[in-house]
Ligand binder design. Structure first.
Ligand SMILES: Cc1ncc(COP(=O)(O)O)c(C=O)c1O
Length: 389
């Protein structure tokens, strides 16, 4: 029968994309705060290094699991930033963090296996798990708890089919950075129930609050159950180059490498050379980007406070959650009205799972004055739609 596979047809399209397309259709001077990528272009030294690499002949296929030269640099980066000791054989380079996550689920899930996923959380996760025959099981993150997971709540969700705990710190969309004691509890929880712990650290170097530090899960792991996924996309402003990587126990890393052959063959060689330049080149461009995100966060918090919008002070990432429940509208309807009547586009919270309802996510990937104006209009829209501010 010439019909597509049911699992493919069942895949839902993200509502961020719906907003994205609607904003693009309206065009003109829509204030775009829904986007999940840096506003900066890739630093020039990285682009130059990629061009040089292409001219020097780095244009062919590479090893399934990434260039050894890049993996050596990644071993240093993982030690320095994440405190993870990983050998070159325990690191697998992939086309973006998304492919690393997909490959891990592909390597681990049997049909019907359950994966514990945060809500609000990165929306692609439940779709990926479902696509691969797994069952997403959401654990709630609440504003009153600083959007940090509650171990007792996690305990209540474990069944004999639970296989993976997915954790994301610094977290999209909440901006929460999980403290070290909590990370230890999460690793202990995974050990107690013999689960894999998949730790998404793609925002690892995007810490916005002074005194806040990123804690990786892998250094707390004593029996090879933690898999770490990182990416060049956000931290290095390289979303389009598609370079991410996983650090996993050697036998799983072998499996991930093997899976790359039918999935993608290998990551782009030129992009990997660019990633090497990002790791070895000057740090100043990244420090400037981080300083800009920090300053935009302060502006956003100031405008939110002065206009009576409840905002969550993100400790990390490039996002901020705003409470739009006072509008009295469903968050998706509010986002559409905000776009249509005030030309501001935001990501409706419900795209981040059931606990995202009533929230909107803005990204700090716009100039300060643009974010400020977007927030002022959002406050106005909240007011108009019945909000008691
Ligand atoms: C939490 C999280 N993980 C992974 C990714 C995937 O990023 P990429 O595939 O560009 O590395 C994203 C992208 O938005 C994200 O927010």
């Amino acid at each position: 029968m010439r019909t597509p596979a049911a699992r493919a047809a069942a895949l839902r399209r993200s509502e961020i994309r719906v907003l994205f397309d609607a904003a693009a259709r309206i065009g003109g001077d829509v204030i775009r705060l829904e986007v999940g990528e840096p506003s900066f272009t890739t630093p020039a030294h990285v682009i130059d290094a990629a061009a040089r690499a292409a001219h020097d002949g780095h244009t062919g296929y590479g090893p399934n699991g990434g260039l050894v030269s890049l993996r050596e640099l990644l071993a240093d980066k993982l030690r320095r930033v994440n405190g993870i000791e990983a050998s070159v054989d325990e690191i697998v380079v992939t086309p973006g963090g998304m492919n690393a996550l997909y490959s891990v689920y592909l390597a681990l899930l049997e049909p019907g296996d359950e994966v514990l996923l945060p809500t609000p959380g990165f929306p692609n996760m439940d779709e990926t798990v479902a696509l691969l025959g797994g069952r997403p099981v959401f654990y709630r993150l609440d504003a009153v708890d600083g959007f940090l997971p509650d171990i007792d709540a996690l305990e209540a969700l474990v069944t004999e089919r639970t296989k993976i705990l997915f954790v994301n710190t610094p977290a999209n969309p909440t901006g929460a950075v999980y403290p070290a004691p909590l990370m230890r509890e999460l690793v202990d929880f995974a050990a107690r129930h013999d689960l894999w712990l998949l730790c998404d650290e793609v925002y690892d170097e995007m810490i916005l609050s002074d005194g806040c530090t990123h804690t990786a899960a892998a250094p707390l792991d004593s029996d090879g159950r933690v898999i770490t996924v990182c990416s060049f996309s956000k931290v290095y402003a390289m979303t389009g180059w598609r370079v991410g990587y996983a650090a996993a126990p050697a036998s799983l890393a072998d499996l991930l490498r093997k899976l790359q052959e039918p999935l993608v063959s290998c990551p782009s060689t030129i992009s990997q050379k660019a990633a090497e330049a990002a790791l070895t080149g000057p740090r100043a461009p990244y420090e400037r980007m981080l300083a800009a995100y920090r300053s935009r966060r302060e502006t956003a918090l100031d405008v939110a406070a002065s206009t009576g919008v409840r905002a969550v002070a993100s400790d990390g990432t490039l996002y901020m959650l705003l409470d739009v429940s006072a509008s009295g509208l469903d968050d998706f309807d509010f986002a559409m009205r905000l776009l249509e009547s005030h030309s501001v586009s935001v990501a409706p919270g419900s795209v981040f799972g059931p606990a995202g309802r009533g929230w909107a996510r803005i990204s700090l990937a716009a100039e300060e004055e643009v974010i400020a104006e977007g927030l002022r209009r959002l406050a106005k829209a909240l007011h108009e739609h019945g909000g008691e501010r």
